[in-house]
Write a protein that binds this ligand. Structure first.
Ligand SMILES: Nc1nc2c(ncn2[C@@H]2O[C@H](COP(=O)(O)OP(=O)(O)OP(=O)(O)O)[C@@H](O)[C@H]2O)c(=O)[nH]1
Ligand SMILES: [Mg+2]
Length: 324
């Protein structure tokens, strides 16, 4: 039986950071797996989680309910039945609704394969001050479906964020466990807490543009194409992702300027630069930049925005800052 936890939380709240922290503290003799589903079609979290010591399966392109059909189940089956991990961490997209994935995990098919432990929901309390986030059904239902709330990014909270968090907690069941952390540094023992939450959730927003989906096809670059892009749109958010071939090298300073200035909630990238690999992860003003030696198989860039964005203008700059 694979001990399984769902790590939920709204867009950019720190799910992948938390998963990386947990993997860094994994007991050496245990085999862990991570299933990650992203809103964007290109899929960057897999690259951010690469080489972190887990068996990784990435399902890009939408919320779990849309991929609930085949890719999600194939990914889950592959991990459980072939990899047979001791533990499985599932990171659904921050823009998705938790109901379908929870129903799938508690369905008969998986009862002899996994034990569903506590669902941990990451919360960036600064988002409680954003009416558009608070009104978002996915944001609310992720919190409602959780067993433990992880108030993350406490290093960045102001007094009013702390007050907003205390006010929000005042509206919840007093028994609800809330842990405050930064950089997702939770106590790994939280993964052993049981799943107790039995709340009936509504079905959730389902205004997805299924017909525009390109699904897993967007992951590869056919023929001699140097680059391509893929779009996704759902629940008031839109994403544009680009994938470039392995020979494409970006100008480091130019790329960092582009990533800092792009008018978007979220910018994620793993690209090739002259010095090696550049990883960029931006949520609002939170920005993480890493450089690593080596060359990635391809370069991937993804932007998520809730306001109308001129993707072509962003794209033309991106194309100009290529060195090759
Ligand atoms: N200031 C601050 N930034 C943080 C903290 N934890 C994570 N971040 C930053 O927040 C951004 C988003 O973190 P991720 O872990 O990628 O968030 P996520 O929930 O996986 O994002 P999505 O998968 O896109 O929904 C990154 O730039 C992180 O470096 C924290 O405790 N404090
Ligand atoms: Mg993530």
């Amino acid at each position: 039986m694979t001990k399984t936890n769902l790590i939920t939380g709204f867009l950019g709240s720190g799910k992948t950071t938390t998963v990386l922290h947990l993997l860094a503290n994994k007991p050496q003799n245990e085999k862990w797996a991570v299933l990650v589903n992203e809103f964007g079609e290109i899929g960057i979290d897999g690259a951010l989680l690469a080489d972190s010591g887990a068996v990784l399966k990435e399902i890009p392109g939408g919320c779990m309910c849309c991929v609930n059909g085949l890719p999600m189940q194939i990914g889950l089956n592959m991990l459980l039945k072939q990899a047979k991990p001791d533990r499985l961490l599932i990171e659904p997209t921050g823009l998705g609704h938790p109901k379908q994935i929870l129903s799938l995990l508690t369905s008969d098919v998986y009862q002899s394969w996994l034990t569903l432990n506590a669902t941990l929901c990451l919360l960036d309390a600064r988002q409680l001050a954003d009416p558009r986030v608070v009104a978002n059904e996915n944001f609310r239902d992720q919190l409602a479906a959780a067993d433990i709330i992880i108030a993350n990014k406490t290093d960045a909270y102001t007094d009013s964020d702390n007050l907003a968090l205390a006010d929000w907690m005042g509206t919840q069941d007093p028994a609800l466990r809330v842990e405050s952390v930064s950089q997702g540094k939770i106590n790994p023992n939280l993964l052993n807490e049981p799943r107790r939450n039995q709340r009936e959730l509504p079905d959730g927003q389902h205004h997805h543009a299924h017909q525009s989906k390109q699904g897993l096809a967007a992951l590869s670059l056919p023929g001699h194409q140097r680059w391509r892009r893929a779009l996704n749109e759902a629940g008031g958010y839109a994403s544009c992702g680009w994938i470039f071939d392995g020979d494409t090298i970006f100008d480091t300073a130019g790329f960092l300027d582009w990533a800092r200035q792009a008018p978007a909630e979220r910018v994620k990238a793993v690209v090739r630069i002259e010095e090696g690999i550049l990883k960029v992860n931006r949520q609002g003003q939170d920005l993480k930049i890493e450089t690593l030696p080596g060359a990635p198989l391809d370069s991937r860039v993804e932007i998520i925005s809730r306001d109308k964005t001129d993707w072509n203008a962003l794209q033309s700059i991106l194309l100009k800052i290529r060195l090759t």
